[in-house]
Write a protein that binds this ligand. Structure first.
Ligand code: AFP
Length: 332
């Protein structure tokens, strides 16, 4: 069958199904093009002079890798001129980035983690880009942080690119979750998975077990049962994976099922979790739900959370619906 490019897929979503408009189509195409640029930079590794630390810190107080900064710049430059955005926000920038006055503004807000999994870059393990799209509130021409603080249910699109053996863009605009693989010779993303579905059951869990002693009781119970396997109440054995790049762990789950967990831990009681709500948890929750999975904070549906700060952290449980519902019920 003739391959379907991302461009053709988006044109059909717009023309045949009226699911997206021209500005949202442009936004997605521009972000996809930026991800191609990031994929090339990541792929150069040591030869591109882009490994190692940038000698700066981000708003999280984390050391920035050169590729964190480069990826952020690629996404900023790609999105400023198109006229589709009112503003954008990034894990790597303290405050929202206004569209320069020399360019027209549009109706969308773009949020992204330009390079997720930074601690894996220098050891050549898969990393990725995560993005989320919201509408700018009516009548707002100079969006502030408050205009970004919308629950995940308000997202009009979300996606990620995983820079692994192949570069794959996964996308939802609210009508299913679809995967596109980068054809490096032609330089375009080609549809490689329409309407991806996450199996409701799984025998594979993803968590950083080194935090075990810091977890709340419901978490300890759930994990103990998984580790007990067929000798315990679950009656079957489980397998564990942890890449420590959320994009890679989520992509595995989207491909063959599983449950991803980053619970809040009492290591730092002031932190309600490690992952960021606005540009990691929410986009992944939208993608997962559109593929038939579930995403909670352990206590409530993730996309219902009313954000209070642009860089706020949150606990994340997402993936195969029946496992997410079980571990969430233990917290009730
Ligand atoms: P870095 O971007 O600092 O590597 O963090 C990656 C991440 O935000 C997410 O992608 C992983 O799932 C998670 O953190 C890994 O956390 P641990 O290093 O605590 O396992």
């Amino acid at each position: 069958m003739k391959p379907i490019s991302l461009t053709r897929f988006l044109i059909e979503e717009q023309r045949d199904h009226g699911r997206i408009n021209a500005d949202l189509r442009l936004l997605i195409e521009v972000v996809a093009r930026a991800c191609k640029g990031i994929s090339i930079a990541v792929g150069k590794g040591a030869l591109g002079g882009v490994l190692g630390n940038a000698g700066s810190e981000n708003v999280q107080g984390e050391v920035q890798k050169k590729l964190d900064v480069l990826s952020n710049e690629i996404l900023l430059e790609a999105n400023e001129w198109g006229g589709h955005l009112a503003a954008l926000a990034s894990e790597e920038m303290d405050h929202p980035h206004a569209i320069p006055n020399r360019y027209p503004k549009g109706e969308y807000l773009l949020l992204f983690d330009p390079l997720d999994g930074s601690s894996n870059i220098d050891v050549n393990v898969s990393v990725g880009t995560i993005f989320s799209v919201l509408r700018c509130p009516e009548g707002v021409t100079a969006p502030t942080e408050a205009d970004f603080l919308q629950p995940g249910t308000q997202q009009v699109a979300a996606g990620y690119a995983v820079y692994g053996p192949s570069t794959i863009l996964v996308l939802t605009t609210g009508s299913g979750t679809h995967g596109f693989t980068l054809d490096r010779e032609v330089g375009s993303f080609v549809l490689s998975g329409r309407n991806l579905r996450i199996p409701e059951d799984t025998s594979e869990f993803a968590i950083n077990l080194s935090n075990l002693r810091h977890w709340e009781a419901p978490m300890r119970r759930y994990i103990d049962e998984l580790l007990a396997g067929k000798t315990g109440p679950r009656g079957r054995d489980f397998n564990m994976r942890w890449v420590a790049s959320m994009v890679a762990d989520v992509h595995r789950i989207l491909t063959r099922g599983g449950i991803f967990m980053y619970p809040r831990d009492l290591k730092d009681p002031s932190k309600p979790g490690r992952l960021r709500l606005m540009y990691e948890a929410n986009p992944m929750a939208f993608i997962v739900e559109q593929a038939g999975g579930a995403a909670t904070t352990g206590r409530e549906r993730l996309m219902d959370v009313q954000p209070t700060a642009l860089h706020q952290r949150i606990a994340v449980f997402l993936g195969s619906r029946n496992e997410v519902e079980r571990v969430t019920s233990y917290h009730q």
